[in-house]
Design a protein around this ligand. Structure first.
Ligand code: ADP
Ligand code: MG
Ligand code: MG
Length: 246
């Protein structure tokens, strides 16, 4: 699914990722933990193709293609989904308009027929129901005035509608109360726990991992993966911090 080899990347001339290697197979959930400033978000942005986050070495293969050669739209159409810590607000565009355009542009890029308004609404309503999101929120401008928890649920609705192969979720759990955390965790499991899908879960805390059990836990420190283990590593990090020796 995703094969990152010795990836180096810089922001504004400063090297942030310093030879990061990571392999994610279909069917797996990987958690990435690590101290502030380690480069976790940078990894997400580089994989998403955000301008200013410049790969300078190494390789990334996604579903058999050279990811770093693809523009951000092509990456999304190929099945990459990025969820961010601070979802963007888009005044003047309703959730439904935004999501339908996003889905249909991806479908067109894959050579699939776009969904009609009716087909799309059915899909969107089913996803909102599954996430426990009020259907009225589909009509509201994207994320405008949404609470932290509502934004995260909305992001899960987006993910459910787009149906990605690989979801990279950056601190999806930050600022969530217990109910929202549970809903988001269940959403990730329902949408992404499948033999042909995979998840990269970037998180500071163990608590989301109580809902979404990772197969592997990695520590990202100073731009590299420095440790890898199973779910027990997350518990150990929670107890002991990132400073402990392997
Ligand atoms: P993490 O998500 O692990 O907390 P980040 O990837 O956000 O870490 O940041 C990694 C490093 O890159 C930090 O030292 C941060 O200050 C730096 N950095 C992030 N974004 C920028 C930017 N836009 N310009 C300059 N430096 C940045
Ligand atoms: Mg941070
Ligand atoms: Mg971050």
């Amino acid at each position: 699914m995703l094969d990152i080899q010795d990836l180096r990347a810089e922001i504004a001339g400063k090297e942030i990722l310093k030879g990061l290697s990571l392999r994610v197979n279909a069917g797996e959930v990987h958690a990435i933990m690590g101290p502030n400033g380690a480069g976790k978000s940078t990894l997400g942005y580089v994989l998403g193709g955000r301008p200013g986050y410049t790969p300078t070495g190494g390789s990334v293969t996604f579903a058999g293609a050279d990811l770093l050669e693809m523009d951000p739209h092509a990456r999304a159409a190929a099945g990459l989904f990025l969820g961010f810590q601070y979802p963007v607000e888009i005044p003047g565009i309703s959730n439904v308009q935004f999501l339908r355009e996003a889905l249909n542009s991806q479908r067109r890029a894959r050579g699939e027929a776009p969904l009609s308004g009716g087909e799309f609404l059915k899909l969107a309503r089913a996803q909102a129901d599954a996430l426990g999101m009020d259907q009225e929120m589909l009509k509201r401008p994207v994320n405008v005035g949404f609470s932290g928890g509502e934004k995260k649920r909305n992001e899960m609705v987006q993910m459910g509608i787009l149906g990605p192969k690989l979801a990279i979720l950056d601190e999806t759990d930050s600022g969530l109360d217990i109910d929202a955390l549970k809903a988001v965790g269940e959403g990730i499991n329902r949408i992404m726990r499948a033999p042909d899908k995979a998840v990269l879960l970037i998180t500071h805390y163990q608590r989301l991992l109580d809902y979404v059990q990772p197969d592997f836990v990695h520590v990202l420190d100073a731009g590299r993966i420095t440790r890898t283990g199973g779910p027990e590593l997350a518990h150990q990090l929670e107890r002991e911090g990132y400073g402990v020796a392997a």
